[in-house]
Design a protein around this ligand. Structure first.
Ligand code: SF4
Length: 363
């Protein structure tokens, strides 16, 4: 089915323009439907834009939707001593939320999170999703979390919430809370899976088995939540055979990464977030990297795996992120990842190339 859908991608050519142009929303996600490519031809309405969550939310709510990154003061079982004390091996001290606003339920905190998006946004017209981002946002009693999850909904421009968490932190009280929230607003729940491979999961100190992920997706869907899975490309893992670079660790192969994508595609989620592995200052991963234990992906390798992953996922699964923004003050590698526009352009060019190949094949 996917092949036939790909064959009918619409390409409209025009004879002017050069260079490339891609528009981004305030959180730097790809949102436009227009691209001028180097050979002077213009492609509009490609499949990629229609699969991005920014476009889909705009269609759903009739206006642009922005995420407000919030920190409600949670921790993680891999940090507080329950399953470990040093967190996942790649995770920054801020718990994967280096751009968020501390939130205790006050409107002025929400307004500060809006201000972080930049002055260009028309705050009167824009819609927002309150994004509980830092650490594990269901790793606290439901009585503590409930009022914090509900508070942003008092703002008439907040159209829903998004909760970042782990599959092993969704006990029945939390699922009941999410079910109640789903009755009155849109609720996304983001699950940090990262990989389906046990050896990698153990090495990165993920701290839960794949079975927890399957159970969590089922429970969340039954509660009415829209489930999004987070995957990381470029993870190292200990292998028996030394790699070609004689490193102590091997990077997951493209096939291993795509196995994770296939698993997620079958798991019943509504969305996927792709993330390049960043080596950040102050993490245990940084120490390994600086000792030469592994390398990071090149831009071409990352673009290649993302494009292949996109060809695996059905259209019904929204793409929430093609690559992330590393916190520059913490980033050690890969340095090319700070040029997000270039990465997104390369992904798009590769998609357009595939589009053109398919189009030529059916002429
Ligand atoms: S990746 Fe998620 S679960 Fe792991 S330490 Fe960071 S915030 Fe916690």
């Amino acid at each position: 089915m996917h092949f036939f859908r790909a064959m009918i991608w619409v390409i409209i050519w025009s004879g002017s323009g050069s260079g490339s142009r891609v528009d981004y929303s305030a959180n730097n996600e790809l949102v436009t439907s227009k691209l001028q490519i180097a050979n002077g031809k213009r492609i509009m309405g490609t499949e990629l834009e229609s699969r991005m969550i920014g476009r889909r939310l705009k269609n759903e709510f009739g206006r642009k939707i922005y995420k407000l990154s919030l920190d409600i003061g949670c921790t993680c079982p891999t940090r507080d001593g329950t399953k470990g004390t040093r967190g996942c091996i790649f995770c920054s001290q801020a718990g994967s939320g280096d751009f968020s606003e501390r939130y205790t339920g006050k409107q002025e905190e929400l307004d500060r999170a809006k201000a972080r998006l930049g002055a260009k946004i028309d705050t009167g017209k824009a819609g927002y999703i309150a994004y509980f981002q830092n650490y594990t946002n269901t790793y606290a009693p439901a009585e503590y979390l409930g009022p914090l999850f509900e508070a942003p909904l008092a703002d008439k421009n907040v159209v829903g919430i998004s909760i970042a968490t782990r599959p092993d932190c969704l006990d029945p009280e939390i699922i009941a809370l999410i079910r109640r929230l789903c009755m009155c607003t849109t609720v996304f729940v983001e699950l940090g899976l990262q990989t389906v491979h046990d050896s990698t999961a153990a090495f990165i100190r993920r701290g839960f088995p794949l079975a927890d992920y399957d159970r969590a997706v089922g429970d969340l869907r039954a509660a009415g939540a829209r489930v999004v899975t987070h995957l990381i490309f470029g993870l190292p893992y200990p292998s028996d055979r030394p790699s070609a670079e004689k490193a102590e660790l091997s990077l997951e192969s493209t096939e291993m990464m795509l196995e994770s994508v296939r698993y997620v595609a079958r798991s019943g989620v509504e969305g996927v977030k792709f993330q390049l592995l960043h080596v950040l200052r102050g993490t245990d991963l940084a120490e390994l990297y600086q000792n030469g234990a592994f390398r990071t992906l090149t831009m071409d390798e990352y673009v290649d795996v993302v494009v292949r992953a996109l060809s695996i996922l059905p259209d019904s699964i929204s793409i929430h992120r093609l690559t992330g923004d590393p916190p520059r003050r913490l980033l050690i590698a890969p340095d090319w990842s700070t040029d997000k526009k270039r990465v997104l352009n390369k992904i798009r060019e590769r998609m357009v190339g595939r589009d053109q190949i398919v189009s030529d094949a059916v002429r």
